[in-house]
Unconditional design. Sequence first.
Length: 516
Amino acid sequence: MPTKTHRIILRPTGLELHAPSGVSLRDPLFEQGVEFPCGGQGRCRGCRVRVLEGTAGVNAAQEERLSVEELAAGWRLACQCVLEGDLVVELRQWDSAILADETPFAFEPRPGLGVAVDVGTTTIVAQLLDLQTGSVLAVRTALNSQARHGGDVMSRVEFALSTGGRHELQDLVRRQIGTLITQLVRAASASAEDIRDVVLVGNTVMHHLFCGISVEPLAHYPFAPSRYDLEILTAEQLDWELPGNTPVRFLPCLGGFVGSDILAGLLATRISESESLVALIDLGTNGEIVLGNRDRMLCASTAAGPAFEGARISMGMRAATGAISQVTAEGGRLRCHVLGNTEPRGICGSGLVDAAATGLDLGVIGPSGRLANGNTNWELCAGVTLTQKDIRELQLAKAAIAGGLRILRERWNGVDPTRIYLAGAFGNYVNRSSAQRIGLIGYPPDQVQPAGNTALLGAKLALFSLDREDGNYTSLRNRVEHISLSADAHFQDIFVEELTFGSGADFSCRASSQSV
Ligand code: FES
């Protein structure tokens, strides 16, 4: 008997999908870009949908993760639902703001075209460049198709270690990047024959999974990569629609969980040429920090957790329509800026940092992070509330970054950086005064500079230096010392100290609100 097909209508877009009976609701939704942060394990609540019409069953995982009220209101975990009939579901997690960096940069012209790819854990950004003019001909961004098997690198490593997992992750990302490149060529009405080089950058797990290298050593202490080096494959090996011998280079890693995205960040920010001490901080689930100058560079990675990306926050969401991205106080009253000029649905990382800073200013949150008067939550605006647990999550993320930077600074004999680059989308959105107020970045805003997608910019720069540069970046990598924070005897103590929001002594530095 043929399998019955059911219709799924997504609200608010009205998009209509069709999928066979018995499949996980995760599959058709994932195709539409919905993320499954814990890889569909039913652990994170990140895939909540609300069933408006039709029925979707409730299993034990949902009973554990959703309240009785939520279940009664139709909320379900999409990853735990099996399609058994037509559905109309409300989907709140949707489109995210992604940086497609077009920062100008210096280059030496080369004939032909090149492709630069930032292989992020969450997002892949690919650009097609004219190597003669340096201009970007086309840009494509997509959610990393591996995300169905986990939102963070450790979930991917876990899945890769399961039977057949590594090959599935490898196939997914290789196929997806091949498709993105085909789309770039079409979008620019270009010829694939003209593509001379493809350069990829990403964290160590993305590097290993794309290149077909075992991630087993990344699953346990000391988290040392299997291989650090530049990996060169050909388009033929990858079965991409490019001339077979087109080289595809994945730039080398710097150390355990400090990948070529940070190497590219060094190229983009030119820390290795700087006379003065400079820091580069990439604030993501895995925070990566470099502190150095032209003589010496130290790097570390720190498990910041996903709070800055809105995950593990009760009403957290990514920087998408409906997210509170900015919180200020005027005359003691809160003002929330909502992305997309719509009703607030949740709060993203920059809003969270702002909310904490504003809460400290208003005395709603104490320096220890405790909500005043024994409250367990704080309403920011109609329908959006911050809980005590949310603040604790932010404190953990903040302490990981601030503690990591402190350890590197100690190794530099307490010398302060003159400039701090914040990489990535969050770095662009976060209010730097608020970041200072909560002690996330303990430096005045005028010393802190959003640096955009430094990984992509570095990959682009690499496209122009392949002929003259040692492609393995040996001399640059030799000047970078990887510091293992978990092996540092002081890190735990410093981490605990950094959990507080400080004494509020830097209150006067807090500037008025900035637009997002
Ligand atoms: S609970 Fe469904 S993806 Fe985490």
